[in-house]
Design a protein around this ligand. Structure first.
Ligand code: C2O
Ligand code: CU
Ligand code: CU
Length: 536
């Protein structure tokens, strides 16, 4: 019988303007700055069965398999998107106004990326399951998107923590840039990589009065790394965490793509007017950190961190963004009239061509109207959490072991996901957590439900721990957080060989939440733990 393998033709070998063949698997052949930066569309609230209440907004958002153009010269690529778009639609919310979302799973029942059946939550569960987590939300646990609150297509099967199909976000929190993404147990890395991520922006009246750039001059930017096969389909490794025998497929230790995608396009450009723009930059990558700067040495006026505004703007020439971190900043292009400026990435983990460049700003547009926006001297009276009021300190180790397939596995406090909860803070208390990173590299540690503040970091040695292994906290010995970290955070870089101390207030909701490393390969294997907030 004839094999038809030879009939395979890569439809991606399309000639470009410059007459070179584009091979999606080879970044050096992909021309940069040919696509304009897309701005994800804003989701429109709908009425459900005539239901209408002006104090709340209702949305129905459906997860669909679709085809997406990552690049002008690529064939359409199979992705999964909220409402069939990648990134998903942006949800615009007002502080204290309730948003309800029915997140519907209409995805296929087979995954198109390699599923590892040895990971937590993967046995006896449907291959494709989803649950939407609103990252950064102060929310009741039933609407948080707990990894075990998953459901399969049409809710045919649901996970043990599934309780409802309409999520309710009260938005009792300051204006900030949140994002929603998939969080299904054991396959989060694959579902997010497939395209299940979008912005959720909370606005508040306080912020409105500051006259920051708004409307078309307030732009969310989601940076993700991806890798493609020669035919333009998404590549994700199926076995790179040694040994290469069983299991097949097997989760990688970590995965870095070799291209940069911004709001869904590879290395896009944005034409801007010579005026101030606000950018809400999100690192939506599975694992890759970025150190961003402008090619002309220009300044960023940082106005906010993950979950809200700073007290005062901070001028930066560069900053680090780990997976899931956000930064809110203003660039004043009036100083750069006529220039073309690249957004550069100085964090080169494995140097590969093109990963030093994110996108291009072209300052050639005419000013369409005068720029009355401001970079105010004072931003927000954001309330700091007093560490002296903490009722509990926790020492939490970040370390690795070998799993029974001989693979490297990352753990929090030496416990796997399935072990009973050990982090059980009491409602309305303040705690200090000391993250002790024994690895040789940083992990972005994320807590659901709340914002925290970074107290500081310190290199540790054995003398920093008492005989029970608890960290001996000496507030004055800490190196304070970097200028761009001094606001409300929900992800923190736990630096290698250091203790990173954070303080948080369990203020409003009790129930089942989680905390984890936001390197998604780590989260799935097995660097995630329950966090149960206990009502008094
Ligand atoms: Cu952005 Cu638990 O996640
Ligand atoms: Cu989260
Ligand atoms: Cu990690």
């Amino acid at each position: 019988m004839l094999s038809n393998h030879k009939n395979y033709i890569s439809i991606a070998n399309i000639k470009t303007d410059s007459n070179t063949a584009v091979d999606p698997s080879n970044p050096e052949t992909i021309p940069k700055f040919v696509d304009e930066l897309p701005i994800p569309y804003v989701a429109r609230p709908s009425r459900q069965y005539g239901y209408y209440n002006e104090n709340e907004q209702f949305y129905q958002i459906t997860m669909l398999e679709t085809r997406h153009k990552f690049h002008k010269f690529f064939p359409p690529t199979k992705v999964w998107g909220y409402n069939g778009t990648y990134p998903g639609p942006t949800i615009e919310a007002m502080k204290d106004t309730t948003v309800k979302v029915k997140w519907v799973n209409e995805l296929p029942t087979k995954h198109f990326l390699p599923v590892d059946y040895t990971l937590h939550g993967t046995a006896d569960t449907p291959e494709v399951r989803t649950v939407v987590h609103l990252h950064g939300a102060n929310v009741d646990w039933n609407s948080d998107g707990h990894p075990e609150a998953w459901y399969s297509r049409d809710n045919k099967f649901v996970g043990p923590k599934y309780t409802r199909d309409v999520y309710e976000y009260t938005n009792h929190q300051a204006g900030a840039t949140l994002w929603y993404h998939d969080h299904a147990i054991g396959i989060t890395r694959l579902n997010v990589y497939a395209g299940l991520a979008g912005f959720y922006i909370i606005r508040d009246s306080l912020e409105k009065r500051l006259k920051l750039p708004e409307g078309p001059y307030d732009i969310p930017i989601m940076i993700q790394d991806k890798q493609f096969n020669p035919d333009g389909s998404l590549f994700y490794p199926d076995n790179t965490n040694p040994p290469v025998d069983n299991p097949q497929p097997s989760v990688p230790n970590i995965f870095f793509g070799n291209t940069i995608v911004v709001n869904g396009k590879l290395w896009p450009f944005l034409e801007v007017e010579p005026r101030k723009y606000r950018f809400r930059i999100l690192n939506g990558s599975n694992a890759r950190p970025y150190i961003l700067r402008l090619s002309n040495g220009g300044v960023f006026h940082q106005i906010g961190t993950d979950l809200g505004l700073l007290h005062h703007p901070v001028e930066l020439n560069s900053f680090i963004l780990q997976p899931a971190e956000r930064i809110d900043l203003i660039i004043d292009f009036s100083k750069y009239k006529g220039e073309e400026i690249l957004l550069m990435n100085d964090a080169q983990i494995i140097p590969s061509p093109g990963m030093d460049t994110v996108m291009k700003f072209i300052v050639k547009k005419e000013l369409s109207c005068p720029d009355f926006s401001q970079i105010p001297g004072e931003l927000s009276p954001f309330h700091t959490i007093d560490p002296k009021l903490a009722v509990k300190e926790r020492t939490l180790h970040l370390d690795e072991v070998t799993d029974h397939y001989g693979r490297q596995m990352h753990l929090l406090n030496y416990l796997m996901w399935d072990a009973p909860a050990t982090e059980k803070p009491k409602l309305d208390t303040i705690e200090i957590w000391h993250l002790v990173n024994h690895f040789g590299f940083a992990h972005p540690i994320h807590l659901h439900l709340l914002h925290f503040e970074i107290l500081g970091r310190k290199e540790f040695s054995s003398s920093d721990f008492d005989k029970n292994g608890n960290y001996i906290y000496k507030p004055n010995s800490l190196t304070p957080p970097l200028p761009f970290e001094r606001g409300p955070k929900d992800v923190v870089r736990a630096e290698p060989g250091q203790v990173t101390s954070i303080v948080m207030h369990f203020k409003e909701h009790a129930g089942n939440y989680v905390w984890h490393c936001h390197i998604l390969e780590h989260e799935d294997h097995d660097m995630m733990r329950p966090m149960v907030v206990e009502a008094n």
